[in-house]
Design a protein around this ligand. Structure first.
Ligand code: ZN
Length: 840
């Protein structure tokens, strides 16, 4: 694959080129897999007559190319670029014009086209980050060559056309519409957007800003636009004031598009979202909160990312860390989700996990090319960066932090920035040695571990170095001491602590013995925190009596870190979860920190022979609890999910079947389409002889694309060699029209832990084919294949050895594959360490 841009090429080009603007004309037809384009690129050039200029461009056919008004054929065309000889260019103003034909993409990125099977409606959307704009038009596709865009489009009159700006004119002639959009402001190519199709629309306003929401017609019955508008308005209300710069892009559209690869994308004024955020059934609170968080996150990007953009992808964190933190922070200042920062604590598990893998990197990272840039969209650039910003805000104070943001936008609006630009603003407003801080936090890797120590009548906090580099850091955090009184945990004190070096004194004349010392109350620090062994008996008695919900969260979060680090026996965690955990009054805490963790512990950290026993216990609890009629709906959703997830025995499965056939029911749990597919997949995976017929029947009732995808998943789940073989072959050689999204659904059904015997031969197939998948397929498919097809049903020493050997023998693996495999290896290592320590 030569579809790549290196940092060096980009630097060279931004030295040669400036003042770029694009004029685009596109023509779309119904029922066609192709479209026509004509792009004019104007730019200033100072590269001399020597060498050649690279223009990024993937196209099916170039019809005519003009340079400065003259038709030219003397250029080189590669798969993903045009090279213009320097002698054809003038010093100063130049104009490149290309007339071309192109085909739509089906990978979810580029210019993706999708046909809705339920009504045959056609939908198209662009998705360009980090390096895909040149799939639609010839461009200098790098973030620091910001440009303006003027789009004119002709296409079927019944379609809606959504772009970064609003139309200035619209004319209908026969079955066609011609729309000329207003010229955009200056922004990077990856933020350009065009969304087309017979979309359903909702309208509102946030002050003077016109708001619109779009989704496919066939999904409009599920759209809760009112709720989304309320969140959008709240977000605008806070962010415009907070950043001290009014929203710069006029209107604000949010479009839910089919087969989207990520959660959402912050195109200027036209944010695209995954349809998984259109809830087709009831959801729990944290899922509504996460969706709202995505709305906030993308809006933060209008400033962080769109108005001020990182110069190159190595500074991706300047976009993502800020969006990731400020979204939760802003929400916590609003009325709809004031507890957002507690959910930020859940999100940070992503950072802690990745920062302990060998593949971790400094927050201020590196990206030698656009493929490496993709691998920076990870738990470090997003979540660790966000967590460290929260720590910084606590350290310098909220106002000074805010003032630095304001200064940053004022100084760098419409420009590109690097790490130092951010540091300068922060130094100026905070008056602290921000460069030292940056070295410690942004330019190193790894996480510290903080644990309480009682010694000679003194209470200490001990800091452990991060495993990768032995580094100790300065942390500002809160610690709380709780004491058990009449069976209830009560707070004795809470203090702000500055941790430096190995040991920090918390209390001089410490007399307590049976206390609970909680580190990182309210989660200001980026550190793993442990609980002392002495406090475990207290937790077993009284954890649920701890009044403060956030503190209970941090207790469970600390226990989880200890399990993963082999510092707490998985069985002890499970015992606590199935006792104190069931008394946890808050559903979000119970879901995120207790029940889903219990499932993970059973799947990963419990010896094979005991797994079933624990799973059965959980299944029994879920069944009993779900039949308590007085439960609120939210609680029922949770219990049903656990019940479904732990159904393995014939008896448990036949109960699911009875629910499916509505011979039995759970109060408050409707057998909606989503739940029907979930049960069908499970029955199929456990070899129910009727499953094939049932999937057939269900498909005839559900003619949506999601129905087709879930039926595909359910079929592939069936434990039969022929099914597995055929699906494997289809992943490697897709049928015409198989989109990345469709195949991704199929891959979800391929591996089930209990199908080990059947799947064992695919370990060889995986290692034999994975390189070519990463070399030839789109990155989203490759990464889904890499993760979901990895033989993780067998985390034993032989798989560890095999993975390591593969890495050793193939020194030149594609970067993304190398990273994915190293992470798999590290995960197995961690699992084996826990299993080994607690095998008895
Ligand atoms: Zn983002």
């Amino acid at each position: 694959m030569d579809n790549i841009l290196t940092q060096q090429e980009a630097m060279l080009r931004s030295g040669q080129i400036s003042e770029v603007d694009y004029t685009l004309k596109l023509k779309l037809e119904k029922g066609s897999q192709e479209y026509e384009g004509e792009t004019t690129v104007r730019f200033l050039y100072n590269g001399g007559k020597k060498g050649r200029l690279k223009v990024d461009f993937v196209s099916k056919k170039i019809e005519i190319l003009w340079i400065n008004g003259k038709e030219e054929t003397n250029y080189e065309k590669k798969e993903s670029a045009l090279f213009l000889p320097g002698e054809l260019l003038t010093e100063g103003k130049n104009e490149l014009k290309v007339k071309y034909k192109n085909v739509f993409d089906h990978s979810g990125s580029g210019f993706h086209k999708f046909t809705d099977p339920s009504d045959k409606a056609e939908y198209m959307h662009t998705d360009f980050e980090p390096f895909e704009a040149h799939r639609l038009f010839p461009s200098f596709d790098q973030p620091d060559l910001k440009a303006t865009y003027e789009l004119e489009i002709t296409g079927p009159s019944e379609w809606t056309y959504i772009h970064n700006t609003v139309p200035k004119s619209e004319e209908t002639q026969g079955n066609y519409k011609n729309i000329k959009f207003n010229k955009t402001k200056k922004f990077s190519t990856y933020l350009f957007s065009l969304i087309v199709g017979p979309y359903a629309v909702w309208e509102d306003k946030a002050g003077e800003i016109p708001l619109r929401i779009f989704c496919r017609k066939s999904l409009s019955k599920y759209m809760d636009a009112e709720n989304l508008f309320a969140i959008t308005k709240e977000a605008f209300g806070f962010l415009q004031e907070y950043f001290g710069v009014p929203y710069p892009y006029g209107k604000y559209d949010q479009i839910f598009v089919p087969e989207f690869n990520m959660g959402a994308m912050e195109n200027v004024g036209a944010v695209t979202f995954s349809e998984s955020y259109i809830f087709r059934g009831p959801r729990i609170y944290s899922e509504y909160l996460n969706r709202a968080n995505t709305v906030y996150h993308e809006m933060v990007h209008m400033w962080f990312g769109n108005l001020v953009t990182m110069k190159w992808w190595n500074d991706l964190w300047l976009n993502e860390s800020f969006a990731d933190y400020l979204s939760y922070y802003s929400m916590s200042n609003g009325k709809i989700f004031p507890d957002a920062l507690e959910h930020f604590y859940v999100r940070e598990e992503w950072a802690y996990r990745e920062d302990q893998l060998s593949t971790t990197h400094p927050i201020a990272g590196k990206a030698e090319n656009t493929l490496e840039a993709i691998s920076n969209f990870d738990g470090i650039s997003y979540s660790k960066g966000a967590s460290v910003l929260r720590q910084l805000m606590y350290y310098v104070g909220e106002e000074k932090f805010r003032d630095a943001m304001r200064l940053y936008f004022k100084r760098h609006a419409e420009k590109n920035t690097v790490l130092n630009d951010f540091l300068s603003c922060m130094s100026e407003t905070s008056g602290i040695d921000i460069r030292g801080w940056s070295k410690e936090w942004l330019e190193t890797t790894g996480v510290n571990t903080l644990s309480p120590v009682r010694q000679n009548g003194r209470l200490f906090l001990h800091q452990g170095p991060s495993a990768t580099n032995g580094l100790l850091r300065t942390h500002a955090l809160q610690a709380s001491l709780f004491r058990e009184k009449n069976g209830v945990l009560e707070e004795v004190w809470k203090k702000r602590v500055l941790v430096k070096g190995k040991e920090t004194l918390l209390e001089e004349n410490y007399t307590g013995e049976a206390d609970l010392l909680l580190l990182n109350t309210e989660d200001f620090a980026y550190a793993k925190t442990y609980l002392s062994k002495e406090s475990l008996p207290i937790l077993k008695r009284s954890l649920h009596t701890l009044k403060d919900r956030f503190s209970r969260r941090v207790v469970w979060g600390s226990l989880w870190q200890m399990v993963r680090d082999a510092e707490l026996a998985p069985k002890e965690f499970l015992e606590l979860a199935l006792d104190q955990g069931l008394k946890e009054p808050d559903l979000s805490v119970r879901n995120s920190h207790i029940l889903t963790k219990a499932l993970t512990v059973i799947d990963n950290y419990i010896p094979e022979a005991e797994k079933r026993n624990w799973s059965d216990k959980l299944n029994k609890i879920a069944k009993e609890k779900s039949l308590l009629a007085q439960n609120p709906e939210q609680e029922q959703i949770l219990w049903f999910r656990i019940l479904e997830n732990t159904s393995k025995s014939p008896e448990q499965l036949s109960y699911l079947k009875e629910l499916l056939d509505q011979k039995k029911s759970i109060p408050g749990i409707a057998m909606d389409q989503e739940r029907r597919w979930v049960i069908l997949s499970r029955l199929s995976a456990y070899g129910d002889p009727e499953s094939s017929k049932r999937i057939e029947e269900e498909t005839s009732k559900d003619n949506t694309d999601l129905g087709a995808k879930k039926a595909f998943l359910a079929r592939i789940s069936f434990p039969d060699p022929k099914t597995k073989k055929e699906s494997w072959e289809r992943f490697l050689k897709p049928k015409e029209g198989d989109s990345t999204d469709f195949l991704r659904y199929g891959m979800r059904g391929f591996q089930w832990n209990h199908q080990k015997q059947l799947l064992i031969s695919y370990t060889d197939s995986y290692f034999n084919s994975v390189i070519s998948v990463y070399e030839t397929r789109d990155p989203h498919f490759a990464s889904a294949f890499g993760h979901m097809m990895f033989p993780s049903f067998e985390p034993d020493p032989s798989l560890l050895k095999r993975t390591q050997e593969f890495l050793d023998q193939n020194k030149k693996l594609p970067e993304l594959l190398k990273k994915d495999l190293q992470q798999q290896r590290d995960d197995i290592q961690r699992t084996l360490k826990v299993l080994e320590k607690y095998k008895n």
